[in-house]
Ligand binder design. Structure first.
Ligand code: ADP
Ligand code: MG
Length: 559
């Protein structure tokens, strides 16, 4: 029997995997269960497209057996199984996902909810096991094979006996060491708790032989232990449960289980609507910006289910671009299962749901801003820019909806403030909402133009993001107050008015002014006496529509 070698990279990956990807050991069970569930889903999917196969839900299950004496934990599934090649390819190559390949080969259609895609989950078994044995018989095959590995050193594959189609995974649980206790993964109560925690909504029963105790027959005082097979998971998807029954942790677990992100959700939104269109949705605002958020690879969208069956992984129509950071799923009984992607776009029900969801996200953000300011600011640091793009895009079509969610750094408060906060404390004589643009708050603070406005006691919003001014120009005004750049020609207060005086002064220094204009020809339009300066000798100002900062950006844009 030849022992095949993992490739060098695989060895390192496996090591990394076992030691660092997962913080909690217990999730190995979640990973193996979701693989088993995927394997059953694959049979279900095959049966949908192949008339010679039938799918009777009662015949499909996952069973978990703990054997304390032999220190083994066994997971049996009645899924699609693996051929010799599949064992080799899917379990012999780290980060290779047979499930992902299955999805693209079969072009995700209906009745299909396969979780796997990263091809690393299986190896989490080595966090708790010294030896992992996989015995599998593939659908449509007469042969069974045994794959076995002790971790990084490699694996073996040999033919073996197995009657039914499916996969058995046998973990030889590690011995306890001084620091670590592995016994718990053989304890019934512990296994039950882990299954409940991570895999409760798996659609197939996860069975265990559970110990119970009863009065001995004929006795009134003596008890005896007996075992009975029970399904541990409720099989009710979390989104169908009552909000009151669920804890924040349940939502967090669902977020991790569905791989919506590797962070924690900042906020979850659970919607159950029983109106013109019925649907349940669980949405999340992530804590951090996904690493690919501003790349072309990032795809917005929510998972779309029809009566509990996934029909689309990323339904983009459910989310506007400005909320593209939202993750989660929608399940509706009012969508037909066979709906194709093209038809879906025109589905009236879907549009209603999208509109509804959009409103809900908006109102949740408003309440976050009102009631959990710190969290909102954290959200805004991560995704505020997307909201500003939202104001600017589509010729400002959504600006009314989004303006209350915007925040900018304030010269007075030295922190982020909303437009509403700004306007509500404007002194009566202040005509405009003032803003200043620059690379950083520190640089803006030092601008000569800010000095005068700040000196008047007026608050200034600092625009450090390129999109800021574009968004504000699109808004034009907020609560009837126009926005005004501190470097624009007319600031709306008296110091700005060109007095007779300055005309006289210019006349007196005619030569100097002419010399400056000549020297700067082509660079500036005019050189004037300014009443706007306090401690700085000179400043640049614009009198057109486009500010200096915007001009820079526009010039940098490809034509
Ligand atoms: P992922 O689930 O992300 O694809 P895993 O490392 O968990 O990655 O599993 C790797 C692959 O091994 C799966 O994609 C699947 O093809 C195969 N596999 C794992 N467990 C089973 C199983 N119980 N039955 C059938 N195939 C399995
Ligand atoms: Mg997996």
């Amino acid at each position: 029997m030849e022992t095949k070698q993992f490739k060098a990279e695989s060895k390192r990956l496996l090591d990394m995997m076992i030691n660092s990807i997962y913080t909690h050991r217990e999730i190995f069970l979640r990973e193996l269960i979701s693989n088993a569930s995927d394997a059953i889903d694959k049979i279900y999917y095959k049966a949908l497209t192949d008339d010679s196969l039938s799918f009777d839900k009662d015949n499909y299950y996952i069973k978990i057996i703990a054997d304390k004496e032999n220190r083994t934990l066994r997971l049996i599934d009645t899924g699609i199984g693996m051929t010799k090649e599949e064992l080799e390819n899917n379990l012999g190559t780290i980060a290779k996902s047979g499930s992902l390949a299955f999805k693209s080969e079969n072009e995700l259609k209906d009745g299909y909810d396969i979780i796997g895609q990263f091809g690393v989950g299986f190896y989490s078994a080595f966090m708790v096991a010294d030896v992992v044995t996989v015995i599998s018989k593939a659908l449509g095959s007469n042969e069974a094979y045994k794959w076995e590995s002790q971790g990084a050193e490699g694996y073996t594959i040999v033919p073996c006996e197995k009657e039914t189609v499916g996969t058995d995974i046998i973990l030889k649980i590690k011995d306890n060491s001084e620091e670590e206790n592995y016994d718990e993964y053989l304890e019934e109560y512990r296994l039950k708790a882990i299954i409940k925690k991570y895999s409760d909504f798996i659609r197939y029963p996860i069975k265990m032989d559970v110990s119970k105790s009863r009065l001995k027959e004929g006795s009134e005082t003596e008890y005896e232990d007996y075992q009975v097979e029970e399904a541990i998971n409720s099989m009710v998807p979390i989104w169908r449960k009552n909000k009151n029954e669920l804890t924040a942790e349940d939502y967090e677990n669902f977020y991790a289980e569905k791989r919506y992100g590797f962070d924690k959700p900042l906020k979850h939104i659970h919607i159950s609507v029983d109106g013109a269109v019925r649907y349940n949705a669980i949405l999340y605002i992530p804590e951090n910006m996904p690493f690919d958020y501003y790349s072309a690879e990032y795809e917005k969208g929510l998972e779309l289910y029809s009566s509990g069956v996934l029909i689309m992984n990323k339904c983009a129509d459910l989310l506007p671009d400005y909320f593209s950071f939202v993750k989660g799923m929608v399940d509706s009984e009012d969508l037909s299962l066979n709906i194709s992607r093209e038809l879906l776009q025109h589905d009236r029900q879907l549009k209603l749901i999208a509109k509804n969801i959009n409103k809900k996200i908006k109102s949740e953000l408003v309440s976050l801003l009102k009631n959990e300011r710190e969290k909102y600011e954290q959200f805004y640091q991560a995704f505020g820019r997307q909201l500003k793009y939202g104001v600017y895009s589509e010729f400002g079509a959504h600006k009314e909806e989004l303006q209350d969610l915007l925040m900018f750094h304030s010269s007075k408060e030295k922190k982020l403030v909303t437009l509403d906060e700004y306007v509500s404390r404007m002194p009566e004589d202040q005509k405009y909402i003032f803003y200043a643009t620059g690379g950083t708050n520190e640089r803006i603070e030092k601008l000569p133009q800010t000095e005068l406005v700040a000196d008047k006691g007026y608050e200034i919003l600092y625009f450090t993001d390129e999109i800021d001014e574009f968004a504000i120009r699109m808004l034009m005004s907020y609560k009837d107050k126009e926005f005004k750049s501190v470097s624009s020609g007319d600031l709306g207060f008296e110091a700005d008015e060109k007095s007779q005086d300055s005309a006289g002064e210019e006349q007196d220094n005619k030569e100097l002014f002419e010399y400056m204009k000549e020297t700067l020809a082509g660079k500036v339009k005019d050189v004037r006496i300014s009443k706007r300066l306090k401690s700085h000798p000179v400043c640049l100002s614009t009198d057109g529509e486009v500010s200096i900062e915007m001009e820079k950006i526009l010039n940098a844009m490809p034509n």
